[in-house]
Design a protein around this ligand. Structure first.
Ligand SMILES: *[C@@H]1O[C@H](CO)[C@@H](O)[C@H](O)[C@H]1NC(C)=O
Ligand SMILES: *[C@@H]1O[C@H](CO)[C@@H](O)[C@H](O)[C@H]1NC(C)=O
Ligand SMILES: *[C@@H]1O[C@H](CO)[C@@H](O)[C@H](O)[C@H]1NC(C)=O
Ligand SMILES: *[C@@H]1O[C@H](CO)[C@@H](O)[C@H](O)[C@H]1NC(C)=O
Ligand SMILES: *[C@@H]1O[C@H](CO)[C@@H](O)[C@H](O)[C@H]1NC(C)=O
Ligand SMILES: *[C@@H]1O[C@H](CO)[C@@H](O)[C@H](O)[C@H]1NC(C)=O
Ligand SMILES: *[C@@H]1O[C@H](CO)[C@@H](O)[C@H](O)[C@H]1NC(C)=O
Ligand SMILES: *[C@@H]1O[C@H](CO)[C@@H](O)[C@H](O)[C@H]1NC(C)=O
Ligand SMILES: *[C@@H]1O[C@H](CO)[C@@H](O)[C@H](O)[C@H]1NC(C)=O
Ligand SMILES: *[C@@H]1O[C@H](CO)[C@@H](O)[C@H](O)[C@H]1NC(C)=O
Ligand SMILES: *[C@@H]1O[C@H](CO)[C@@H](O)[C@H](O)[C@H]1NC(C)=O
Ligand SMILES: *[C@@H]1O[C@H](CO)[C@@H](O)[C@H](O)[C@H]1NC(C)=O
Ligand SMILES: [Cu+2]
Length: 625
């Protein structure tokens, strides 16, 4: 009898605990002043910004209706870190798993939260919109949270630009920005503001969920005279590890326990600081440190705020490589399949600086890759149908996959894999700008950790490498990309087509009617190969491809350095004023013509190469590569 009651109660509990959350969100521009020094509009939902923190439990259903109320632009929403088992079409990246949602349309993100808990976030995956504010925190609460705490608090970090993404992007991806220098940030935010106040009570344990919702810079985080005990990283519980400082890249999450003091006679500085090594230039007026406040005593706080807290070194942050998952999950078996990706940044024939994985700069196909899978039949296992510029790798079901990433660039990059967490099995040290890049050596490496750290976003150090390992147990089309929005726009992405047959055969994975309508409205076919051919999937004529390369021996930096050196040096300042009144690209054309460089055909008079590279080096600025 007792057992029966128990079983019934358990069954009932399981049954009722799966809730359905229905949200309707209307994208709207909202007047805001996040950093307190500049009024601008931010993208909110229903005329409100910052966006709400969404809370669910595992197994719950989410029905989020996204109403695109932008005047003209498309949008999409990604739930960062969610596995989306059997619901790949709800993952969010446009032209990877869905058609863009055009202005005036409503898309229903309808999915069940998988077997996951912890700290996540959601953000637009379209056109830098999340940098304009379309981002929020997503928490999967856990009834069986393994650590004791009294109160839970979320904290988001990000950087802030005064200009809109749509204005920053064209000048970033321009031949007049040949080094690919990212726009310099105007501020860093702490919980979507600055100088923030966190009121705490004494003698308590807080669970602080820290989420970097930024699009560019990593941040250091520390609290005056308080330690933080890491217990979760990107939704993976860890064995506790106590530190005084965190380094958190964009898209990463850390949940930490913080024990408050027993006395209320003092308040403390809660510092965030930009990793300024990621900035090309550091303007004098940029506040690289943010001082926020952990307030125990408001009376005292109103009298005097704590001063900025200084640390001797920024190198003492917790190295996430050494964290151990709480469940002691051991290293997976050796890889069945190893994908090696070389990261480079370089200019193409149009003088614009692009980013490459294995010499391919990602260009979106004409048909979303998932839709190609669903319409390709037997051809779905053939990488060719996905196009030559999408960097697609087809994975077999349940195989163990290693991604070896060698970074030839001198910058730090946070890479994110959709649909999975991965084991972090190797990561090399930073190599200074004047050293040669350090590649991963499969026949000579440190022993892999027995219990590797698992997460979904991982940084690679400058001119170094990492190796990650995961099981291909989640059929779907999963984007793997640098989360720095600028670098994604430069093409730093690959697409993993995981177990295509299983996707095709799963009734849940078929496109919803709403999804097909969205495609029709935006004029994107929902069937066909990368070039939108439905008859012959191997016919790629008309596919989208990257800009052509410059001829060998000719550096694109040369071209633009040449333009600037000519304009500034040879023609003099008066010429800048003169040319400045005309379309600036005209200047380049005229200079190129004078020097016999054919920009359109990318042909070049060999005699000029020497001169061009000379001017290039004499003028070279600090660059990210
Ligand atoms: C947001 O706006 C939509 C559309 O008007 C409405 O249906 C919904 O109830 C609103 N949601 C909230 C949370 O206010
Ligand atoms: C969405 O917000 C805009 C701007 O406030 C408003 O004009 C529009 O009616 C809203 N749409 C819906 C469906 O509520
Ligand atoms: C933060 O403090 C600075 C300097 O004191 C001030 O200019 C700015 O407006 C403040 N920002 C906010 C959001 O309070
Ligand atoms: C919306 O997406 C479609 C299909 O990718 C594209 O052709 C169109 O230019 C996009 N609209 C805007 C305003 O970017
Ligand atoms: C969401 O998906 C589930 C499962 O396919 C379905 O039963 C439900 O009707 C969908 N919700 C809406 C509002 O269409
Ligand atoms: C950050 O903002 C959220 C939402 O407004 C709030 O609940 C939370 O307490 C804030 N966190 C801190 C550390 O102040
Ligand atoms: C606060 O007091 C409790 C017991 O009274 C003690 O266990 C704890 O260590 C103290 N905390 C601090 C930060 O001193
Ligand atoms: C701290 O809290 C514990 C129980 O939560 C209590 O026993 C203790 O007296 C408190 N200590 C102080 C200094 O408030
Ligand atoms: C807050 O600080 C003031 C000034 O130091 C002090 O007089 C007061 O007792 C403190 N209040 C509490 C609750 O500790
Ligand atoms: C920012 O913080 C770092 C670390 O405490 C410190 O070395 C540096 O001087 C601070 N910068 C400013 C402008 O206060
Ligand atoms: C904690 O992190 C440090 C590196 O920062 C590492 O050496 C140590 O092994 C870790 N300990 C645990 C229990 O995770
Ligand atoms: C993981 O291993 C540690 C010892 O390293 C042990 O204390 C802990 O109980 C283990 N956790 C689980 C969930 O097995
Ligand atoms: Cu990057």
């Amino acid at each position: 009898m007792k057992l029966w009651t128990f079983l019934l109660v358990t069954l009932f509990a399981t049954f009722v605990s799966a809730e359905t959350h229905t949200w309707w969100f209307n994208t709207t521009w909202v007047d805001a002043n996040p950093d307190g020094v500049f009024e601008r509009k931010m993208i909110g939902f229903n005329n409100s910004w910052p966006l709400p923190t969404l809370r669910v439990k595992k197994g719950d259903r989410v029905q989020l209706y996204l109403i695109n109320s932008f005047d003209t632009v498309n949008t999409t929403l990604h739930f960062h870190g969610l596995f989306q088992p059997g619901s790949n079409q709800m993952d969010g990246p446009p032209l990877v798993t869905q058609c863009p949602i055009s202005s005036g349309e409503v898309f229903l993100y309808n999915f069940t939260v998988g077997d996951q808990v912890g700290s996540y976030w959601y953000h637009s995956h379209t056109s830098g919109q999340y940098g304009d504010g379309m981002r929020g925190v997503f928490i999967i609460d856990d009834d069986d949270f393994p650590y004791e705490y009294d109160e839970e608090v979320v904290l988001s970090l990000s950087e802030h630009y005064h200009q809109y993404s749509q204005d920053l992007m064209p000048s970033f991806l321009s031949r007049f920005n040949p080094t690919g220098a990212e726009p310099i940030i105007d501020n860093i935010l702490f919980n979507e503001t600055r100088n923030a106040t966190w009121k705490v009570e004494p003698n308590k344990t807080y669970l602080l969920r820290i989420i970097n919702t930024g699009r560019f810079v990593s941040q250091y985080l520390w609290i005056e005279d308080h330690d933080m005990t890491v217990v979760e990283v990107d939704g993976v519980y860890t064995q506790p590890n106590t530190t005084s400082m965190l380094y958190i890249t964009i898209a990463q999450r850390y949940a930490v326990l913080i024990k408050t003091k027993n006395s209320t006679d003092q308040n403390y500085a809660f510092m965030n600081r930009v990793d300024d090594s990621m900035l090309d230039t550091i303007p004098k007026e940029l506040q690289t440190n943010g001082t926020n406040y952990m307030v125990y005593n408001e009376t005292l706080f109103n009298e005097a705020k704590p001063d900025q807290n200084y640390v001797d070194s920024l190198d003492d942050f917790l190295d996430d490589f050494y964290l151990v998952p709480y469940n002691n999950e051991t290293l997976y078996d050796d890889a069945d399949y190893t994908i090696t990706l070389d990261v480079q940044m370089d200019n193409l024939g149009d003088g614009v600086n692009y980013a490459f994985f294995n010499n391919v700069s990602y260009v979106a196909p004409k048909v979303p890759t998932l839709h190609t899978v669903l319409s390709a039949g037997d051809a779905a296992t053939n990488e060719l149908v996905y196009g030559s510029n999408t960097n697609v790798f087809v994975l077999e079901g349940d195989e163990v996959v290693d991604i070896v990433l060698n970074n030839y660039d001198t910058g730090t990059h946070p890479f994110h894999l959709h649909g999975h967490t991965f084991q972090v099995i190797a990561r090399g040290p930073a190599i200074p700008d004047d050293g040669s890049p350090l590649n991963y050596n499969a026949s000579d490496h440190d022993e892999f950790p027995q219990y590797p750290m698992m997460r979904d976003t991982l940084y690679v150090r400058p001119q170094s490498y990492f190796v990650i390992r995961f099981k291909a147990n989640n059929p779907g089309v999963w984007f793997f990309h640098c989360h720095i929005e600028w670098h994604l726009d430069q093409g730093l992405a690959v697409v993993l087509v995981e177990n295509p047959r299983a996707i095709i055969n799963d009734p849940n994975q078929q496109l919803t009617d709403n999804h097909k309508q969205i495609c029709e409205k935006v004029g994107v076919p929902w069937q066909g190969n990368a070039a939108a051919h439905t008859e012959n999937f191997l016919d790629l004529t008309g596919e989208n491809v990257q800009v052509k390369r410059l001829p060998t021996g000719f550096t694109a930096r040369g071209i633009v350095a040449l333009v600037f050196s000519c304009v500034a040096g040879v023609l003099g300042l008066a010429a800048i004023a003169f040319y400045g009144m005309q379309d600036i690209s005209d200047v380049e054309e005229r200079v190129a013509r004078d020097l016999d460089v054919d920009l359109d055909d990318q042909g070049v008079n060999e005699d000029n190469i020497e001169r061009i590279s000379e001017t290039g080096s004499s003028l070279s600025k600090k660059s990210q590569f």
